[in-house]
Design a protein around this ligand. Structure first.
Ligand code: 6GU
Length: 239
């Protein structure tokens, strides 16, 4: 396969949608391999415990290092010269962007570690970093219950960038946030009919003047970006 993906979670059923749609077809074609693993596979006690109370006190539970250590060593044996990139979804990670998606799409082996509760014992990423690249990533400034949905989001963004996975290769090149549109948002789009419930498609799009159409689209992109995402127009502005 062009891309191998392992996901470790205590809720394997949550990842079922990975096998749908775009990615599902890529898996069926053998272009992508996806294995979802239950973290409890690597517990040894009768209760299959994966968490405990935090040192130093505080609310919630922290995921135990040992099941994670066993999972990492089993999926990516330390003696193997090729190692995956470990992706840990967490609200404390670096922002997941289109640029990060492109980076991951160029990585042959991704291993996702889905934390729940208050997170995973920090020594797990420290241990993994001895032999693999570790990326803690966040989808945005809000808190999810666990990393599972984040894996679905990241994999959908990554899959459509893999050559041969997306039907129309040109559409990925011109997506919002890509260099082709100078990192701006894409503007409005229209299709037939030219008039619908009294609402007309902008004349310029029916004009056949490719230069004017490109100019109009650019203007719409800037207008929309200024209104919705001014931070994208002034990347060196307020953090
Ligand atoms: Cl990637 N994971 C979790 N658990 N919460 C988040 C997140 C990720 N991104 C934003 N909130």
């Amino acid at each position: 396969p062009d891309l191998s993906v392992d996901v470790v979670t205590i809720f394997p059923e949550y990842l079922a949608p990975l096998r749908e749609s775009l990615l599902g077809r890529a898996i069926a074609r053998g272009q992508v391999r996806v294995d979802v693993h239950d973290l409890r596979t690597w517990t040894t006690d009768v209760h299959r415990t994966v968490d405990d109370t935090p040192y130093g006190g505080g609310p919630g539970m922290v995921m135990l290092a040992e099941p994670w250590g066993q999972a990492l060593d089993s999926i990516a044996p330390p003696e193997r010269p090729d190692q995956p990139r470990l992706i840990v979804p967490t609200p404390t990670g670096r922002p997941f962007t289109q640029a990060v998606a492109a980076e991951l799409a160029a990585t042959p082996w991704l291993l996702f570690a889905c934390g729940r509760y208050e997170g995973i014992d920090s020594r797990v990423t420290e241990y993994a970093a001895r032999r693999m690249v570790v990326d803690e990533i966040s989808l945005g400034d809000y808190v999810l219950c666990g990393g599972e949905v984040a894996v679905l989001v990241v994999m959908e963004a990554v899959a459509r960038l893999i050559p041969g996975v997306l039907g129309n290769a040109a559409s990925a090149a011109e997506d919002s946030f890509t260099a082709a549109v100078d990192g701006l948002l894409e503007g409005p789009v229209y299709t037939k009919p030219a008039s619908w419930r009294g609402l007309a498609v902008p004349d310029v799009l029916l004009s056949g003047h490719h230069g004017r159409i490109a100019e109009w689209r650019r203007e719409q992109s800037v207008r929309r970006t200024r209104s919705r995402r001014p931070d994208l127009l002034d990347p060196d502005g307020p953090a």
